[in-house]
Structure formats: C-alpha cells, structure tokens
Ligand binder design. Structure first.
Ligand SMILES: NC(=O)c1ccc[n+]([C@@H]2O[C@H](COP(=O)([O-])OP(=O)(O)OC[C@H]3O[C@@H](n4cnc5c(N)ncnc54)[C@H](OP(=O)(O)O)[C@@H]3O)[C@@H](O)[C@H]2O)c1
Length: 253
C-alpha cells in the first residue's frame, strides 16, 4: 500500500473525526501529512498520536490571515502540495426562524468562505497532477430540517468545486467532492448538542440509512485516499456520496 508515496498532503481540520482518519490513511499509504485546526493543543495531540511524518499548523479556516500564514509555512516547509483535502467544517442546527446573522456568518465563513480561500491561497503550490478534495455533505442535497445554513454552505462548496474542476483542468489539477451521510464523529457535541441528545439523534439517523447504521470516519477516508491517488487520474469535477444509501432513501416504505 504505497499509492501516496512521498506525496505532500495538507488536511484542514485534521485533529478529529474524518480529517484525522484521513491523515491516518494518507500516512499509511506513504504521504507526508500536515494537519490544521484551531486549537493548538488539539492539533499537537493529534500530531503526536499520528506519529511522524505528520505535522501540525494552527490555523482558523475562517481567517484569511491564518490561511495566508498556512500557505507561507507550507511553501517554506515543503515547497509544494500534491493533495489538498479541505475538510474543516462546523455544524449548527436550528430552525430557519432562529438563525441570526452571527450564526449565518460563522457557518458560512468556516464551511464555504474559508474553504474557498484555502483553495485559492494554496493553489500556487499545487503541482501539475495534484488533487483538491472538498469534504461536503449529502446535506447539500437533502433539505434536512434545521440545517438550512449548514446545507447551503455545503451546496455552495459543491458548485464552486465544479467550476474549479473546469478552470484547473488545463493545469492537470483534479477537483472532486466527497459527500458523507451520517458519520460517527464529535461534530454534534461540538455543535452544542448534549451527549444524550446526540445519542438519540444518531439512533434516529441510523434507522433511516438503508444499510442500517451510521458510517465510520475510516470509510470516508478510504474514498478520499482513492480520489487523492493517481488511481483516480481520470476523475475530476465529480462528487461521491458515502452515506449507506441515505440519499436514495425511498419515500414510500
Ligand atoms: N460527521 C458527519 O456526520 C458529517 C457528515 C457530512 C459531512 N461532514 C463534514 O465533515 C467535515 C469533518 O467533520 P467531522 O464530522 O469529522 O467533525 P469533527 O471531528 O468536529 O472535525 C472537524 C474538524 O474541523 C476542524 N475545524 C472546525 N472549524 C475549524 C476552523 N474554523 N478552522 C480550522 N479547523 C476547524 C475541527 O477542529 P477544532 O477542534 O478546532 O474544532 C476538526 O478538526 C466537516 O466539514 C463536516 O461538515 C460530517
């Protein structure tokens, strides 16, 4: 298993959940991995448990100044990027009527604006043959109640990715999107949902998934690794759901 041998990979939001599992998978496949996150201790703990050659850099994806610093660091440390996995994101779940401008800006600034400018700032470092992967969600399509801003932030990402795939094709940079369904990670707790509520919500979601369960982060990571590898050399402008079939849940049954 060395299909990412010596590739330089940057993963935003790599200290937990899907980003962390992807860092593990990339390392297993021979890549050099830099993860980011907002909290320096959490980033350092993750780097320690991932082991060398993982590295960390503290950067808030919603801050263009932090993203510029990240790009400068990556340039000086590695001189190039082969794989950019834009994964950092937050959820906040509330009815439409209760969404404030602050809620709207927080989610959009991290999930969409931050993702957009991360791609723009790191693009000059991405090699010919490189790969950008955006971590979106089936929420981009699902119309799930109480997720209006989150869903819109992800839908914006998917459409931007299609345009980037066209614009960057002449430089042989591939751009793809992964849309997970419900995956067991700390995202609900970080959104302020209590432990008990999160357990109940996950059970409710699992019942709706045709495969009858939530997904696990490594199941998303393996898809990301494939898209990042040269095995996916003819794949760009595409989206892949990894959702146990939730997006095709039958209306009647
Ligand atoms: N879990 C699911 O069911 C699911 C489904 C579909 C899509 N997704 C998407 O998957 C991605 C990863 O989420 P996850 O489920 O793995 O949750 P997670 O464990 O909470 O991971 C989110 C990661 O993003 C980082 N992050 C959040 N805001 C950031 C910011 N402003 N700047 C830099 N890093 C930031 C977090 O670091 P901190 O410790 O600093 O917060 C963490 O490393 C997100 O984009 C999410 O929307 C998740």
């Amino acid at each position: 298993m060395s299909q990412l041998k010596d590739k330089v990979a940057v993963i935003t939001g790599g200290n937990s959940g899907i980003g962390y599992a992807t860092a593990e998978d990339f390392l297993k496949k021979g890549a050099k991995v830099l993860i980011t996150g907002r909290n320096p201790e959490a980033v350092q703990r993750a780097v320690h448990s991932l082991g060398a050659p993982a590295e960390g850099f503290t950067a808030d994806q919603s801050s263009l100044a932090d993203t510029e610093k990240l790009a400068a660091y990556v340039r000086s440390r590695y001189g190039k990027v082969d794989i950019l996995f834009i994964n950092a994101g937050v959820g906040k779940f509330q009815p439409f009527e209760q969404v404030t401008e602050k809620d709207f800006d927080e989610i959009m600034d991290i999930n969409f604006k931050g993702a957009f400018f991360t791609a723009q700032q790191l693009l000059p470092l991405i090699n010919e043959g490189g790969s950008i992967i955006f971590l979106s969600s089936i929420n981009a399509y699902s119309g799930m109640p109480n997720a209006v801003v989150y869903s819109a932030s992800k839908a914006a990402m998917n459409t931007a990715a299609r345009t980037l795939a066209r614009e960057l094709a002449s430089r042989k940079i591939r751009v793809n999107v992964v849309n997970p369904g419900p995956i067991v990670t700390p995202i609900l707790e970080k959104a302020g949902i209590t432990g008990e509520e999160a357990i109940a919500f996950r059970a409710q979601l699992a019942e709706k998934v045709p495969l009858g369960r939530m997904g696990e982060s490594p199941e998303v990571a393996k898809l990301v690794s494939f898209l990042a590898s040269d095995d996916a050399s003819f794949i760009t402008g595409s989206e892949y759901n990894v959702d146990g079939g939730l997006i095709v849940h039958p209306l009647l049954a």
